[in-house]
Design a protein around this ligand. Sequence first.
Ligand code: GH3
Ligand code: MG
Length: 335
Amino acid sequence: MAHPEPRPPETPADRLEVGQAWPARKPRLLLVDDQPVHLQVLYRALTGPYQLFMATRGEQALHLVREQQPDLVLLDVVMPDMDGFEVLRRLRAARDRADTPVIFVTAHEGADIESRCLEAGAVDFISKPVNPAVVRARVRTHLTLKFQSDLLRALAFIDGLTGVANRRHFDERLALEWGRAQRLGTPLSLILADVDHFKAYNDHYGHQAGDAVLRHVAQTLRAHVRRPADMVARYGGEEFACLLPDTPLADAQALAERMQQAVRDLAIPHRDSRTAPVVTASFGVAAREGPALRGAHPALLLGLADAQLYEAKHQGRARVCAARLEGATGDEVFP
Ligand code: GH3
Ligand code: MG
């Protein structure tokens, strides 16, 4: 296919391909020690390639973990108010950032303290007085491990072919957003999009060209969603789903219309389409609006969007059909 490949925004999958687990930004380190002079030594050893945050007390360290989301924490064991073990215990018990890696830094030596640190959940142990080269090497090693595991976790939620979210990620988010919409009475819209006559496209242009079409369509859909909470996912073979929290039906329908036009505007030739001389897609839109719908379930929203997609196909493809999810009377409360 002569059509140029889109240049998608960087995804975790891209980073895996180039073997580059480290992010483009500077890694963030939190240095914790009650004695400013020790902090200064660490600061001097690590300043430059990292963005550094410093705390002299446990509470302050926990606050900075939440606020600044460091990639790694260097934590003094002996501190007056709250010692390093307690800081680590609270960090691991927290809902956010519980898996932030921690290296203990302590003047105490010996197998006892070392094994106690590791058992408490630290990833490593550095003795004071610190050797700057050793600190730098350990920090680098643990950041690499951390970024690699971030990457693998992210990849588990991404569709390898198109770089958008995968079905598993979508199902989880749908359940979450559905619960939120029902609780708060906020609208939730869902768009399903399916490439028209895609089997004929593959048959004529080949499977690889078909794959390229899926990437184009995925990026086109993604380029149209604006809010951070919006999600575009590959729902199945040539079917995509867009989840739009806080979006009423009319807005989702208008968005689907723009997406439909944008896919057509890609102008990817499709000789064997009975709908148009170019690749097109059909769209089904469904929304839940207003107070909680009694006994309703996210599968109903999916089913309605799917029925609308079927209707769009039935009416001649390359179009949008939309419907609102109807429940029982509007003033009933979700259990
Ligand atoms: P309709 O307009 O009714 O949607 O017809 P269609 O041909 O698009 O639908 P059908 O379900 O008959 O065929 C879907 C095709 O999508 C068949 C399958 O080989 C192809 N497909 C599914 N996943 C992929 C993929 O990852 N890559 C490629 N190239 N093709 C795929
Ligand atoms: Mg299709």
